[in-house]
Design a binder for this molecule. Structure first.
Ligand code: G3H
Ligand code: ZN
Length: 283
């Protein structure tokens, strides 16, 4: 069934567990997430990023309706989240499309401007019962952005600033920069677990780990143990999808034209990745 993100995050947090959020680009992504979640017997969040909406020509309803339909038909609880929204116009479009949550990303702005823009977004969201996440610090590595040194000063989230930020914006969850980076294709990120615990103690809301594709299993487990709740995974699905398509096309199928021939193994590979991440969060 389609449930709300707030409910999934609250339940996971109460159990001291992590809840995974996977990025949806194509219909096959949504199907694979549902399949992997059903196999794992775990709930999950389907998230559509502003970049994915742009890829589909800005037609938010088309992607959202497909993902929501897949979620409604699933035997495990799934929710729909709009991810990395920088445009206020897109934020406002989330409401009629079945999204129970959004991440408003003003992390590129100065601290003062981030607080101002996010507080406004929070007011808008809460009037509509939408759960809202925001980012303080810079996770970096998003599409179209220069790579960021995750260890550079000013990049990581400061606990005292985080406390003030959550108080002044009223956000429901906080995405923090603790050593991970977006779009990593190798799982070599090293997280600052002392910082995660300090952030958990400093803010009353659940913490969100972005760029989890590059984080090794054991680091994810430790991050959840030290207070991370929502675990965002995107690139690992791209790696699975593209690897399967490449493997199929290179493996002696020079005459194939029906996309279902290679989309089926791509979807299956993504489902396997989803199941594996959910297994890490259950262990
Ligand atoms: O918001 C989405 C996530 O942070 C995904 O990051 O693609 O590096 O796994 P990733
Ligand atoms: Zn992210």
């Amino acid at each position: 069934p389609l449930v709300s993100t707030g409910e999934l995050v609250t339940k996971a947090r109460a159990k001291g567990r992590g809840i995974a959020a996977f990025n949806v680009i194509t219909l096959e992504h949504a199907e694979a997430i549902a399949l992997g979640a059903e196999r794992a017997g775990s709930p999950a969040i389907l998230q559509i990023s502003e970049n994915a909406v742009k890829f589909h020509g800005g037609r938010l309803s088309a992607v959202a309706a497909a993902a929501a339909a897949v979620a409604r038909a699933s035997s495990v609880p799934l929710s729909l989240h709009l991810d990395h929204v920088e445009s206020v116009e897109l934020l406002r479009a989330a409401h009629p499309e079945g999204f129970s949550s959004v991440m408003f990303d003003a992390s590129k702005l100065s601290y003062a401007d981030n607080v101002k823009a996010t507080a406004e977004a929070v007011r808008w969201a809460h009037e509509r019962d939408i759960w809202i996440e925001a980012e303080l610090g810079k996770v970096g590595g998003k599409e179209g952005e220069p790579p960021l040194d995750a260890h550079a000063p000013g990049v990581r989230t400061d606990p005292a600033e985080a406390a003030a930020y959550v108080r002044d914006t009223g956000v429901d969850a906080l995405a923090v920069a603790v050593g991970s980076s977006h779009a990593m294709t190798e799982r070599t990120a090293v997280l600052d677990h002392t910082l995660i615990a300090a952030l958990r103690d400093a803010v009353p809301v659940p913490l969100v780990l972005h760029g989890s594709s590059g984080v090794p299993d054991e680091e994810i487990r430790r991050a959840v143990a030290s207070g991370m709740v929502k675990i965002n995974v995107g690139t690992a699905l791209s790696t699975a999808f593209t690897g399967a398509v490449r493997g199929y096309l290179e493996a002696a199928h020079p005459t194939v034209v029906d996309p279902r021939k290679y989309l089926a193994p791509a979807r299956e590979a993504m489902a396997g990745t989803v199941e594996r991440f959910l297994g890490v969060l259950r262990a």
